[in-house]
Write a protein that binds this ligand. Sequence first.
Ligand SMILES: [Zn+2]
Length: 123
Amino acid sequence: MVSQDLLDILRCPVCVHNEPEGGELDHLGNWLLCTDCGRKYPIRDDIPVMLIDEGDRFASLAPEELPDIPPPEQLHPAPAAPPLTGELIGDLIPYVVLGVAGLVAGLVAFLLIRKLLQRESAA
Ligand SMILES: [Zn+2]
């Protein structure tokens, strides 16, 4: 449970910034709903998460659409791997050629050794 004393003093950080008396919050399950702007702040593990990003994330949902248990905080997505550009593919070609050459060399060596062993056993 979040203490009532805490709930009494918490305000929506966006609205209290614009209007010192604004940003009152309604407590609904695991959520705090700003009565002024409609942002919805999740309460996770009894800790109200008063981050504007989090408030924005659920602002468009109606109160009855909010999940009972707030979803985990949205981590900032990891930067995407650089796309395979022509330059990068060009850089990879020598390694591909080396890999294929290594395979061919290994195959030739295998065949030679097998032939030698066959000749020895025939003799
Ligand atoms: Zn607000």
